[in-house]
Design a protein around this ligand. Structure first.
Ligand code: SF4
Length: 593
């Protein structure tokens, strides 16, 4: 992908009329009005033209509407950048050295779209053509086309390695034995979650003995320790890494080994106390409680985890993996439970943290008893990543403890976990999930849509496997705005593309998850429908700025909006290309907003 390809002169070829109108405008305001009228006209004519197919019409409508919004004064005011001024300057041949190839690339595709042009090939080898027959004959042709489509999906999915494959299982068993030998422990120890916790790997030297780290990884782990960032990996999770870095375990390593720029940025953010990105402090009405929605509250009795995810949005609160003092103490917990009792509008309590299942059985029982004792609570949800980071924690005893609070018709108890990649799915995870499911406890997954699970059909492969082992896909979260996690971030356009071109091809029960952007302080914004957000502008570096509407917008007249900067699409595509991805697979990304 060549940067110099995208330039002002290329832009002018995409829709010469726009630049001709902009060039003859007397002023910026004059141009805004002229272009708004032109774009409105373009959309109107397209909708009335009989020669446009539905896809062309949608392409023209979407791009014209997006551009109209971007040239408004309001968009300038909200985003702090004038896209209209940039167009005006380009039309008048005024030099704009601030505008990057990533900016030109995005605008170029947008302008092509207003002419009904731009790529439409979601899957290269599949062509669903119009069927002129009727009845059985039409159904047979359609069925053959659907066969082609699904064959393509199957081919893509089967290329994505899962942790249930025979070779992966053998490889990991071997790795487990090496870890046990290094740590001087037995298989029984391995299956004991207390042993796993006691042996969390925090020492960079020890980690290097167990897996080969790249120079950058070594430096990053050392820097994380030196900067006192929370860090720790369970021996079980280390066994999921390939001993030699081969790319297969990219998503596993990325989950726990911080990139070098992350450490620098976190340190900077720490100094500016800017780590509470989700504004949790502003949504906590009482100690240990967070509340963003009418019927639900989050309850955090235990503030650490056996293993720390690099991009954890709560890592500003977590001192270290299994840090002593992470347990809030029964006095505080009782006070929080009293607070919930005093708010009978709360019908669901999400017990999370940290990871509540890293507490002992007796403490978990005591807390669950107290929460279940609140007459107005009819659902308890436990948020835990232990099924993935330490599946031996889900003992038969623990599953029995949790399931005793299930009362059909009165109280549901469920577990939400966080499986990030098909390579994390192992026979141990299957056993853990099975223990819960056979006792009537549903298990849901929340996927964070990072770079490391964003290749074509990767997330689909995950959803498919999750269903097969008894986990329901629940949410797919778009990664968001902390600078330190830039290397994990994926443009919203890619997640929307994934939903429409990949997830949409799965059976309904496999694509049960909702793609969301978790708006700080306001809660989840559904990405499925464009009515929940607008594209405000494209910044000089090619990053789009979206304006998100709160879930309350149809309920309250006081709801606010939130603007957020995305990652430049061109930068993201370049990373995919460097990773060996075929760029034609992603060509339609520009047309998702
Ligand atoms: S398991 Fe959850 S709370 Fe714990 S570090 Fe990972 S993302 Fe954060």
């Amino acid at each position: 992908m060549n940067d110099s390809y995208y330039s002002p002169s290329l832009l002018k070829t995409a829709n010469p009329q726009i630049f001709s109108l902009a060039k003859s405008a007397q002023s910026l305001d004059d141009m805004r009005k002229t272009l708004a009228t032109y774009l409105f006209q373009v959309e109107l004519e397209a909708s009335e033209a009989s020669n446009h197919d539905a896809a062309t019409l949608a392409r023209i409508r979407d791009t014209a509407q997006v551009l109209r919004n971007m040239i408004k004064q309001r968009s300038d005011d909200l985003s702090g950048f004038s896209f209209a001024q940039a167009l005006y300057d380009i039309a008048k041949n005024t030099l704009r050295p601030d505008l990057s190839p990533a900016f030109f690339a995005d605008v170029y595709h947008l302008l092509l779209g207003t002419q009904g042009l731009g790529s439409r090939k979601a899957l290269d080898d599949v062509h669903l053509s119009a069927i002129n027959d009727q009845g059985r004959a039409a159904a047979i042709i359609r069925s053959a086309q659907l066969d082609d489509l699904r064959t393509e999906v199957d081919n893509r999915i089967k290329n994505i390695t899962t942790g249930l494959g025979r070779r992966a299982v053998t490889r990991r068993n071997k790795h487990r034995d090496k870890i046990l030998a290094t740590l001087g422990a037995t298989l029984d120890d391995w299956q004991n979650w207390h042993w796993q916790i006691k042996n969390i790997i925090k020492d960079p030297e020890l980690l290097q003995q167990l897996v080969r780290l790249s120079k950058e990884e070594k430096a990053a782990v050392k820097a994380a320790k030196a900067n006192k960032l929370p860090f720790g990996i369970t021996p079980y999770y280390v066994s999921l890494m390939d001993e030699e870095k081969k790319g297969r375990d990219l998503s596993i390593r990325a989950q726990v080994i911080p990139p070098a720029d992350y450490i620098k940025q976190v340190d900077k953010s720490k100094q500016s106390s800017d780590l509470d990105f989700m504004g949790e402090e502003d949504t906590s009405p009482f100690d240990l409680i967070t509340r963003r929605y009418p019927a639900i509250c989050i309850f955090k009795p235990f503030n650490t985890c056996p293993q720390i995810c690099v991009y954890c949005q709560r890592n500003w609160e977590i001192e270290d993996a299994m840090a002593p003092g992470a347990f809030a103490g029964m006095e505080k917990i009782d006070a929080a439970i009293e607070w919930i009792k005093d708010h009978p509008t709360i019908h669901e309590v999400l017990i999370t943290g940290g990871d509540p299942l890293a507490m002992g059985d007796a403490t978990i029982t005591e807390i669950l008893e107290k929460v279940a004792d609140i007459p107005t609570v009819d659902r308890i949800r436990i948020g835990s990543r232990t099924p993935v980071t330490m599946p031996m924690r889900i003992t038969a005893d623990l599953a029995d403890i949790i399931s005793q609070f299930r009362e059909v018709g009165r109280r549901e108890i469920a577990l939400t976990t966080h499986v990030q990649h098909p390579y994390e799915i192992t026979p141990d995870l299957v056993t853990a999930v099975n223990r819960l499911r056979t006792r009537g406890i549903p298990v849901y997954n929340q996927l964070v849509y990072t770079f490391f699970v964003s290749k074509r059909f990767e997330a689909s492969a995950l959803r498919r496997q999750l269903r097969l082992i008894g986990i329901d896909p629940y949410y797919t979260f778009n990664t968001k705005g902390k600078e330190e996690t830039l290397s994990y971030r994926v443009p919203i356009a890619r997640l929307v593309q994934e939903q429409q071109e990949e997830a949409r091809l799965l059976p309904g029960l496999e694509r049960t998850d909702e793609a969301v952007f978790n708006v700080p302080r306001l809660g989840k914004n559904y990405l499925k429908s464009r009515e929940h957000r607008d594209l405000l502008t494209i910044l000089p570096n090619g990053a789009r700025i979206y304006e998100f509407y709160s879930w309350e917008k149809n309920i309250s007249s006081h709801s606010t909006t939130y603007s957020s900067e995305d990652v430049p699409i061109l930068d993201y595509l370049k990373r995919l290309e460097n990773d060996g991805e075929n760029m034609t697979d992603y060509e339609t990304i520009w047309y998702y907003f």
